[in-house]
Design a protein around this ligand. Structure first.
Ligand code: COA
Length: 328
C-alpha cells in the first residue's frame, strides 16, 4: 500500500486590530522609524487588547481555518497549539481552545518551540495523519508576544507583534508534505529566554522588580546563528528530494528580520525579491504565529499555486529550527 500523502486542507489567521507603528514606538523608547525599518524591515505590528489572550486569537484563527476547509469543530481529531505565550501554565491553551470550539472529542496539547513552533507542529501532525491515527489535525500557532515584551528595552520591544495562524492537516490526493527536517541546540538557550515565572525562578516581588518576566535577547549573536541555521535547515529539507534553490517556487520563512532573510536567500542562491514571502513589515516577529500567518496570507494572495514547491524555514529560541518542503 502506498504511503498516505499529508497536506493542508484549510488555513486561517487572526490579527488584532490595534496597529503599533514605528512612529508610535518613537514616543515610548529612544528609537526611530528609520532605524527600525533599516535594521529589521518592520514598519508596524499588531498588539492584542489587554483583555485578549492567546486563546482568543487562536480561536479566531481556528474558526477561519475550519471555514476555509468547510469542516465543523467535531470533524477535528487532534488539536495542537504552538505557543510560548500560553494563557497560563495550565491548563494548556489547546484545551481552552478545544472547549471554546466545541471540538469535544479531540485530544489537545501545547508545544513550546518558540519561533519554530509551527514547523514542529506540522511535523507532529504529519506523523499522526500519515500513520492513520488521526484524519484531521488542527494546528494553531498563536502568540501574544506583547505580554512578555519589556516596553523599556528598545532592542527587543520594536521587534515583536501579536497574532495567530491556523492550519488543518489531513490526507490529500496529490503532493503534500515531501520532507521534514528539525533541529535543536539547547547549549545556546541563553541567547533568547524569559528567565522568571517557571520553577527555576518562580514569580516574586524581586523577579518582577528585576524585569525578569520579560523576553531577554542577545540579538547580535542570534542574528549570526539565524542566518547559518536557516540556510542549513533549508538545504537539509531539500537534500533528500534532490532539490536546488531554483526548484523552489516560494520560501515562506519565519519573519524575524529582513536582513536575516535576505542573507539566507543569498546563501541558497534564491532571489529574495521574487521568491521569499514577506509580511514582517506589517506584523513584526510573532514567534510561532509568523510562519502560520505567512503561509495563510501567501495562499490567500495567490502567491502559492497548485503544484508549486514551497519551503517553510524557521529558527527560534531553544535554539530550535526546521525546514519543510511541501508540494502544493
Ligand atoms: N533603536 C535605535 N537604536 C537601537 C535600537 C532601537 N530600537 N535597538 C538597538 N539599538 C542600538 C544599540 O543600542 C546599538 O547601539 P551602540 O552601537 O551605541 O551600542 C546599535 O543600535 C546596534 O545594535 P545591534 O544590536 O548591533 O544592532 P543590530 O544591527 O544587530 O540589530 C537586531 C539588532 C535585534 C534587530 C538584530 O540583531 C536581530 O534581528 N537579531 C536577531 C533577532 C532574532 O532572530 N530574534 C529571534 C529569533 S526568532
Amino acid at each position: 500500500m502506498s504511503e498516505r500523502k499529508v497536506g493542508f486542507i484549510g488555513l486561517g489567521k487572526y490579527l488584532p486590530e490595534n496597529r503599533l507603528t514605528n512612529k508610535d514606538l518613537e514616543k515610548i523608547v529612544d528609537t526611530t522609524d528609520e532605524w527600525i525599518r533599516e535594521r529589521t524591515g518592520i514598519r508596524e505590528r499588531r498588539i492584542a487588547r489587554e483583555d485578549e489572550a492567546t486563546s482568543d486569537m487562536a480561536v479566531h484563527a481556528a474558526k477561519a481555518a475550519l471555514k476555509n476547509a468547510k469542516l465543523k469543530p467535531e470533524d477535528i481529531d487532534l488539536i495542537i497549539v504552538a505557543t510560548i505565550t500560553p494563557d497560563m501554565f495550565f491548563p494548556s491553551t489547546a484545551c481552552i481552545v478545544q472547549n471554546r470550539l466545541g471540538a469535544n472529542h479531540a485530544p489537545a496539547f501545547d508545544i513550546s518551540v518558540a519561533c519554530s513552533g509551527f514547523i514542529y507542529g506540522i511535523a507532529i501532525a504529519n506523523q499522526f495523519v500519515k500513520s492513520g491515527i488521526y484524519k484531521r489535525v488542527l494546528l494553531i500557532a498563536a502568540e501574544k508576544m506583547s505580554s512578555v515584551t519589556d516596553w523599556k528595552d528598545r532592542a527587543t520591544c520594536v521587534l515583536m507583534g501579536d497574532g495567530a495562524g491556523a492550519a488543518i492537516l489531513g490526507e490529500v490526493e496529490d503532493g503534500g508534505i515531501l520532507s521534514v527536517y528539525l533541529g535543536a541546540d539547547g547549549s545556546k538557550g541563553d541567547l533568547l529566554k524569559m528567565p522568571a515565572g517557571g520553577s527555576r525562578l518562580p514569580a516574586t516581588a524581586s523577579t518582577v522588580e528585576g524585569r525578569l518576566h520579560f523576553l531577554k535577547m542577545q540579538g547580535n549573536e542570534l542574528f549570526r546563528h539565524a542566518v547559518r541555521i536557516m540556510a542549513n535547515a533549508a538545504l537539509k529539507a531539500a537534500e533528500p528530494l534532490g532539490l536546488k534553490g531554483d526548484d523552489i517556487n516560494l520560501v515562506i520563512p519565519h519573519q524575524a528580520n529582513i536582513r536575516i532573510l535576505n542573507a539566507v536567500a543569498k546563501r541558497m542562491g534564491i532571489n529574495p525579491a521574487k521568491k521569499v514571502y514577506l509580511n514582517i513589515d506589517k506584523y513584526g516577529n510573532m514567534s510561532a504565529a509568523s510562519s502560520a500567518v505567512a503561509l495563510a496570507e501567501a495562499v490567500e494572495e495567490g502567491r502559492v499555486k497548485k503544484g508549486d514547491i514551497i519551503l517553510l524555514d524557521a529558527f527560534g529560541a531553544g535554539l530550535t529550527w526546521g525546514g519543510i518542503i511541501i508540494k502544493w
